[in-house]
Each structure stands twice: as structure tokens, then as C-alpha cells.
Ligand binder design. Structure first.
Ligand SMILES: Cc1cc2nc3c(=O)[nH]c(=O)nc-3n(C[C@H](O)[C@H](O)[C@H](O)COP(=O)(O)OP(=O)(O)OC[C@H]3O[C@@H](n4cnc5c(N)ncnc54)[C@H](O)[C@@H]3O)c2cc1C
Length: 346
């Protein structure tokens, strides 16, 4: 698939909401007939590579060498005997923090970057279980305590040699500012996995992902895992809220998925500050929209995942009490009749 097709499909997501709902899971599309996961991942990779603005800050020769290294490592892993597991970088337990070298930086938009960190060995994979995150650590010079923040890599868990983080910079946010200031060659302390919701194929018949801003990254981990596995037939509905059209992260990747799996994946976009020609939903993610597009709570085998800024979490599901305590279910999802067991807050 070319970028052209991916961009064309990106237009589809701004189709009027009613039309999007009507066509959900009903119209067999020619594109779904021949689709398979090899095609999907080839297409996603092509769209990603063709995506605008790849900046190799480390210089072209070094970048070429690095790319060559990655290719060789991928080939080495691909040649491995089936059944032999690749070495995992993040093993948890008493492993502690790994010091990972920043290899390259891609500027995504006005406030987000993609950062590629090399794993300790070229043939290692992250090996993160899905869903799980990694924990980053950084101690500002004048601070007493180190800053710790979770991130969800957007690279596949079985990709050899590196992990990619997609990081949005928050004004005065210590970790996101530090990550945005890093230059290739510098190192970051990273630990993992930070287990979240343990996914297994077909665990639920239908899941809903309600995301705001960078809250998309844990959702994308679930999406990759589900659609990369031909055995997994889970249906997925994404509701993704952002401030403006520029802020929609991973939009080509999401549009490619939607194009290939129109019967199993639908995405609804909401913009607080939409452009004039925007025909999708406007404002914040609200009760009316969720009532219309989410699988109903009376369906037994569903799950609603929520991830986003504190204000959004508060209105939709209530915030978590702590990383290990989901807190009370509140807000719109409670009002719509979902039970605490049907909701997971990242
Ligand atoms: C499971 C999990 C996975 C995450 N994955 C990613 C990821 O892949 N990429 C990424 O950029 N961030 C991700 N985050 C958020 C990340 O951990 C940090 O919270 C964020 O980078 C801000 O950290 P900071 O130290 O720069 O700023 P902080 O000092 O922590 O926050 C600065 C300001 O931003 C607000 N804020 C904090 N987090 C968010 C948020 N998620 N959305 C909107 N506003 C927020 C705070 O309320 C505060 O006003 C994830 C969070 C969780 C819980």
C-alpha cells in the first residue's frame, strides 16, 4: 500500500458520524476480502516509512549504518529456528533499569516526537507482554528525587534491536521535556515490564478504546496485537479525542487498520478545535457519542479501555486511585450502565 492510499483512507475518518456508524460491521468491503496480516503490516510499514518528515538527527552515514544493523538483526531473528524464543530485553523482577542509547529522533508534529532507543543487544526484542508499559527514570540536576514516568512503546514487541516511544511534550513536564531535549547518543534509564491488562486472543468479543491525546499509545499496543494475530477475531471500536487535527497521533496507522478491517475496526474522531471542513464529532468525548458507538453494557463479553489526561478520565470513567488501584467507576461509563468489571483504566 502506498502513502496515497493511506492518506485517502485518512479522509474517511472525517466522514459524517452517522455514515460511519451505519457502515460499521455491515458492509463487506472489497479491501477486507483479500486482507491478511502480512499485507497489513507491509502496508503499515510502508505508510510509516513514507510518512512525512523523517529526521535522522544523527547524520546520514550513521543513520544508514544503524538501519543496516537493524536489517541484519531482523534477518538474524527471522532465520531463527521456529519455537526458539528471541532474547527479551525487559525481564522484570530484580532486573532494575537498563541504560538505553537514543539512536534517532523523528519530529511528528508541533509537540510530539518519536524516539528510537537501541536495546542492549541487536538481536534482543522488547518482549513486553501485552498490555504493559515501560518505566523511564531521570534525575534533574537540582532535584532530590528522580522523576519516573510510564510510556508504551509503539514498536512491535517482537521487533529486534530497538523500541520506539512516541512522546508528547507538556509545558514544564519534567520527563517529556527531558525526552524532547535528548540528542542521539545520549542514554535513558528504562525498566519493564509494567504490567497492565493481560490480553489473550479472543478474551473479549468486542472491546472499546476511549483515548485522549497520547492515551492512544496503550490502545495502539492492543490494536497491533489483535490485528497482527490471525487467530484473534476481536472487534474493536476506538473513540479518539484530540484538541486539533494536527494532534491526532498515529492517524495513518489507524486509517490503514480501518481500511483493512472495516468489519472489525471502527474509529471515531473527536476534535475540540476542529478545522472548518471537519465533519466528525466536535468538542469533548461525550455521553451521546459513547452511547451511540460503544458496544452496549448488556453484552456480556465486552471491555472498555480508557486512557487520557486526568480531566478526560474524570469525566469518562473517574481517575485511577493509584497505579495499582483502578479506583471507583464514575462518570459517563457508569451513567451508561457499565460495570467496574467491564472497564479498565490504563
Ligand atoms: C500506561 C501509560 C502509558 C503512557 N504512555 C505514554 C506515551 O506513550 N507517550 C506519552 O507522551 N505519554 C505517555 N503517558 C504519559 C506519561 O507517563 C507522562 O505522564 C507524560 O509524558 C507527562 O510527564 P511529564 O513528567 O513531562 O509531565 P507531568 O509533570 O507529569 O505533567 C505535566 C502536565 O501534563 C498533564 N498530563 C500528564 N499526563 C498527561 C497525559 N497523559 N495527557 C494529558 N495531560 C497529561 C499533567 O496533569 C500536568 O498538568 C503514559 C501514561 C500512562 C499511565
Amino acid at each position: 500500500m502506498s502513502l496515497f492510499v493511506a492518506s485517502r483512507s485518512a479522509f474517511r475518518v472525517s466522514a459524517p458520524l452517522k455514515r460511519q456508524i451505519r457502515s460499521y460491521a455491515t458492509d463487506p468491503s472489497p479491501s477486507s476480502k483479500g486482507s491478511n496480516n502480512t499485507l497489513l503490516y507491509g502496508a503499515a510499514a510502508a505508510a510509516g516509512l513514507a510518512g512525512a518528515g523523517y529526521y535522522f538527527l544523527s547524520g546520514s552515514t550513521a543513520a544508514n549504518k544503524a538501519q543496516e544493523k537493524v536489517k541484519n538483526a531482523s534477518a538474524a531473528v527471522a532465520e531463527k529456528i521456529p519455537g526458539v524464543e528471541a532474547k527479551k530485553a525487559f525481564t522484570g523482577g530484580d532486573q532494575g533499569f537498563l541504560s538505553l542509547k537514543l539512536e534517532e529522533v523523528e519530529i511528528i508534529n508541533h509537540n510530539s516526537k518519536r524516539l528510537r532507543f537501541r536495546l542492549p543487544e541487536d538481536d534482543m526484542v522488547s518482549g513486553l507482554p501485552v498490555a504493559s508499559a515501560i518505566l523511564t527514570k531521570y534525575k534533574p540536576l537540582d532535584a532530590e528525587k528522580a522523576v519516573l514516568r510510564p510510556y508504551t512503546p509503539i514498536s512491535d514487541e517482537d521487533t529486534p534491536g530497538y523500541i520506539d516511544l512516541l512522546v508528547k511534550k507538556y509545558p514544564n513536564g519534567p520527563m517529556s521535556t527531558h525526552l524532547h531535549d535528548m540528542a542521539p547518543g545520549q542514554r535513558l534509564d528504562v525498566k519493564g515490564p509494567l504490567p497492565k491488562y493481560a490480553w489473550s486472543p479472543n478474551k473479549h468479543e468486542h472491546i472499546a478504546l476511549v483515548a485522549g491525546g497520547t492515551g492512544i499509545t496503550p490502545m495502539y499496543q492492543l490494536l497491533r496485537t489483535i490485528f497482527n494475530n490471525p487467530e484473534d477475531k476481536t472487534k474493536v471500536t476506538l473513540v479518539f479525542g484530540n484538541v486539533s487535527a494536527d494532534d491526532i497521533l498515529l492517524k495513518n496507522e489507524l486509517a490503514t487498520l480501518e481500511n483493512h478491517y472495516p468489519q472489525r475496526f471502527r474509529a471515531f474522531y473527536v476534535l475540540d478545535n476542529p478545522p472548518k471542513q471537519w465533519t466528525g464529532a466536535k468538542g469533548f468525548i461525550n455521553k451521546e457519542l459513547l452511547k451511540t458507538v460503544l458496544p452496549e453494557p448488556k453484552n456480556e463479553n465486552i471491555k472498555v479501555f480508557v486512557c487520557g489526561p486526568p480531566g478526560m478520565m474524570d469525566s469518562i470513567s473517574g481517575n485511577k486511585k493509584s497505579p495499582r488501584d483502578q479506583g471507583e467507576l464514575k462518570g459517563i461509563l457508569k451513567e451508561l450502565g457499565y460495570t467496574p468489571e467491564q472497564v479498565y483504566k490504563f
